[in-house]
Design a protein around this ligand. Structure first.
Ligand code: SF4
Length: 405
């Protein structure tokens, strides 16, 4: 099993934020939320086989370190009381270097956390001012120093391109800054502008012109060039890892997976997610919790699972999920191997989808052969566009999503 805990509180709002957050400075919110989280964990775990080993845990947010160290210890205890955590469990936590203390790190290590993902985004103070997230680079340096000393085995940096005032040259300086800190992995995300879902993002477009698709692609190209020159391998859509990192090894061996938190080496696990708005997934279902604190809490008060919606996957959904997963992870499809995996003849069944790639091939983004298809280097940042051709539900969902670049 894989477990995810959504810890939604933040002290201030970053205007680009796409997460489900609650902005508050009231520390008491953390303890109250944890009381509810405990109720949800008990409700769910009582329905599961608790002896199934937990291979992966992730604390996301929000800002997990909004929770005082003692509350993090309490969460760790609740996890171990209700589940069987594997001895080699990959336990990751999202870290905001602005809200981190050595005491938080000590508590996280005590409860078993061994991987940290630092929200850095951009080191340019002008960009930081424009996005309402002032984060002097010395805080990133300090966080890496503390986490390394505490024995965190893997440190990831999250960067975002496509923010106001960013240029390929300024983003190159950000990459230089973070390379000095030698992270094990980097996630270089394209900024997702969805002001109809996150109204605060409107501030960004009102005050500045956002970089266009061409500028964004140039920023990603700069990042790609600098990171690969520094010895990192590009993984899937937006991750980079050292060649000896588990992620790079999984990509080589064809065992890489992608879930709601990004790329993962622990595929095949059912994901049980806790906290408001979190999404769980199993072999044949997706389920999402209520997105507001009031609704989530009311369901728990009534002794019900706090589910807002769910989806039961058909066999066709599952086949297409496998196809899209392999594309996103390996950037290629081997038709014979895939036919075995999904139990139907791939080229017969998906002939129309394969034919629909002609325009992308003409643009040099994919190459099709008799035995498979491969996404080219130029097509890498547009991997989503290729995968979308295999998404049967796209037409009904398109208007709700951000642009692919
Ligand atoms: S710290 Fe992260 S979750 Fe909180 S507002 Fe900023 S981007 Fe959103």
């Amino acid at each position: 099993m894989s477990l995810y805990f959504h810890l939604p509180f933040c002290e201030s709002l970053c205007w680009y934020c796409g997460c489900n957050t609650i902005i508050t400075r009231r520390r008491g919110s953390a303890a109250e939320y944890l009381d509810d989280l405990v109720r949800e964990v008990r409700l769910v775990s009582s329905r599961l086989d608790r002896t199934r080993p937990v291979a992966q845990i992730h604390l996301g947010g929000g800002t997990p370190t909004f929770f005082p160290p003692d509350q993090l210890r309490r969460l760790g205890a609740v996890i171990r009381e209700n589940f069987t955590v594997a001895s080699d469990c990959e336990f990751g936590v999202e870290i905001d270097p602005r809200r981190l203390t050595p005491d938080h790190i000590a508590a996280l290590r005590e409860i078993g956390a061994n991987r940290a993902s630092l929200g850095v985004q951009d080191t340019d103070p002008r960009v930081q001012l424009a996005i309402h997230r002032l984060q002097p680079h010395r805080l990133n340096q300090k966080a890496v120093e503390w986490l390394s000393l505490a024995g965190f085995g893997s440190i990831n940096f999250d960067l975002i391109y496509g923010l106001p005032l960013q240029t390929p040259a300024s983003f190159a300086r950000t990459i230089n800054d973070v390379l000095e800190l030698q992270p094990d992995r980097l996630s270089v995300f394209s900024y997702a502008h969805v002001p109809w879902i996150r109204p605060a993002q409107k501030i960004l477009e009102d005050r500045h012109q956002l970089p266009d698709a061409e500028a964004k692609l140039a920023m990603f190209a700069v990042a790609h060039e600098k990171l690969t020159a520094a010895g990192y391998l590009d993984i899937g859509l937006d991750h980079f890892a050292r060649p000896d990192d588990e992620l790079a090894i999984a990509q080589r061996e064809g065992t890489l997976h992608r879930n709601f938190q990004g790329y993962s080496t622990r595929g095949g696990a059912s994901l049980y997610a806790f906290g408001l708005s979190s999404i769980s997934s199993t072999e044949d279902t997706y389920r999402q919790n209520f997105k507001t604190l009031a609704e989530w809490r009311a369901a728990l008060d009534a002794g019900r699972l706090p589910l807002e919606k769910g989806l039961h996957l058909t066999f066709e959904d599952r086949r297409r999920r496998t196809i899209i997963m392999r594309l996103m992870c390996e950037r290629r499809l081997d038709y014979a191997a895939l036919s075995k995996m999904i139990g139907v003849n791939f080229t017969d069944r998906y002939a129309a989808e394969i034919a629909s790639l002609a325009d992308l091939e003409a643009d040099g983004l994919v190459v099709r052969t008799r035995s498979g298809l491969e996404v080219t280097r130029a097509g890498g940042p547009l991997l989503r566009v290729v995968a979308m051709r295999f998404d049967e539900h796209l037409a009904t969902a398109l208007h709700r999503h951000s642009k692919t670049i």
